[in-house]
Design a protein around this ligand. Structure first.
Ligand SMILES: Cc1cc2nc3c(=O)[nH]c(=O)nc-3n(C[C@H](O)[C@H](O)[C@H](O)COP(=O)(O)OP(=O)(O)OC[C@H]3O[C@@H](n4cnc5c(N)ncnc54)[C@H](O)[C@@H]3O)c2cc1C
Length: 412
């Protein structure tokens, strides 16, 4: 699609008038959309150079001021003291619509430094956050291990206290920005209690002796991704984020902020696929008319539009609710499940409409088809989201039942 057409189509921003948003949100989205149309015009990224491309994008996003939204704390360069969930969702949606790697670069600066924004000491915040905001330091979030993915509490990687230091040993895998990050927020077992209550969070600088990147992992949509290792890696106690044994809480609170934004990235990919499908189906001639003239195509376009609007409603409900200071465990899980699963279907329908062109390498819908897949797995696979939704609903049901029983007893 030509840039002129893309720009014209991308101006459909009626949803910004929904009551979830304030005027500043619409202004932010429109400013970013114009910036992205001018600056994110990269040709397809060479998979072998994806680390360098990502570094360049972080620096570009930092210089343009967009990374100010990714951290909390005005004194460290953040735009607000508390991360604005609607803003990060709009940014991820918009960047994803223009370029997947730009969304990834933005998201990882936020996720990788999120624990420092939320729970870091003033010294940690002063040391890391200004460089995250400017793009001078690249952040990573290291939770998963080869034997502990969905079951986070099964982690083996450990830290043992030795005087004024901790000594880390073990491996983490699937670490986004692994190999290019300047620092890693790492969650390891410190053993204060069994399971999830015996985990602590630390900041490990990439140049710390005993830290190494042992494998770069190639994935279907190229991103910097690695397996990392700690071998007698010694870090001072001052690098611990929050209290000892509170690491699981730190990790979950960080994911709570960013989970809805994964859904927003999926929404951006889906919107891009719909626009590609509209463009293609209204211009592709067949059987004496265009593809869009067939009712079977119109049914697909309608399904795509409904999937996109229902995802957007769930995403911005969760983001708005979180910005009101309310708990969003269930709402964020609903948004992530629906947006990622339905974006996959929307993109698949777009590929189908493109016919053979849809599976040609680097054609936009082909890239989207690869790009969306991992979002249904990371930051909690779809099955995990379903379990969260049901668990929260059962808790609410049980609480409502107890309240009714108590009221009945009081009235008796
Ligand atoms: C591209 C990419 C980037 C990533 N980036 C990071 C990162 O930056 N930092 C980080 O720490 N991790 C990262 N991850 C890891 C990611 O969070 C894990 O892959 C995810 O948690 C799943 O863990 P796993 O791969 O070990 O799969 P497993 O835990 O083995 O799960 C496999 C499958 O089992 C199913 N499943 C899981 N639980 C249940 C259940 N209760 N009932 C039924 N079915 C279930 C799901 O379909 C799941 O996909 C990334 C992963 C990918 C693919």
């Amino acid at each position: 699609m030509s840039q002129t057409n893309r720009t014209a189509l991308l101006q459909d921003s009626a949803y910004l008038e929904w009551p979830f948003f304030e005027t500043r949100h619409a202004q932010l989205q429109q400013a970013l959309d114009s910036w992205a149309a001018q600056h994110l015009l990269h040709p397809a990224h060479d998979p072998a150079q994806v680390g360098a491309s990502c570094r360049a994008l972080v620096s570009q996003l930092g210089q343009a001021g967009w990374l100010r939204h990714a951290v909390g704390g005005k004194q460290w360069g953040g735009l607000q003291d508390v991360i604005d969930t609607r803003a990060i969702c709009l940014i991820r949606e918009t960047l994803a619509r223009h370029e997947g790697l730009a969304d990834f670069a933005f998201a990882m600066q936020g996720l990788g430094s999120g624990a420092i924004s939320l729970f870091g000491s003033a010294e940690q915040q002063a040391r890391y956050l200004p460089r995250v905001v400017s793009g001078a330091a690249i952040a990573a979030f290291a939770l998963s291990e080869p034997e502990a993915g969905s079951d986070v509490a099964a982690m083996q990687c450990s830290a043992v206290r030795d005087g004024a230091d901790y000594v880390l040993n073990g491996e983490k895998t699937w670490i986004s920005n692994g190999g290019i990050a300047d620092f890693y927020t790492v969650f390891v077992r410190t053993g204060e209690a069994p399971g999830a209550r015996g985990i602590s969070a630390f900041i490990v600088d990439a140049d710390t002796p005993g830290f190494s990147v042992v494998e770069q992992i190639d994935v279907i949509a190229p991103h910097p991704l690695a397996r990392i290792r700690f071998e007698n890696c010694r870090i001072p106690v001052s690098q611990r984020i929050g209290e000892a044994g509170q690491g699981f809480k730190v990790a979950m609170a960080t994911l709570d902020v960013f989970r809805t934004s994964v859904a927003a990235a999926a929404l951006g990919f889906a919107r891009c696929a719909l626009q590609e499908a509209l463009q293609r189906s209204t211009t592709r001639k067949m059987f004496g008319q265009t593809l869009a003239d067939f009712q079977l195509t119109q049914a697909k376009l309608a399904q795509m539009a409904m999937a996109i609007d229902s995802s957007a409603l769930l995403i911005y409900r969760a983001a708005w609710q979180r910005d009101q200071g309310k708990k969003v465990t269930k709402e964020a899980a609903m948004a992530k499940y629906v947006a990622t699963e339905s974006a996959q279907q929307v993109i698949d329908m777009a590929v189908q409409m493109f016919g053979g062109m849809g599976v040609v390498s680097q054609v936009k819908v082909e890239s989207l088809y690869r790009e969306i897949r991992a979002l249904r797995i990371y930051e909690g696979a779809s099955e995990v989201q379903q379990l969260i939704i049901a668990r929260e609903m059962l808790k609410e049901f049980s609480a409502a039942q107890s309240a009714t029983e108590q009221q009945a007893r009081q009235e008796a």
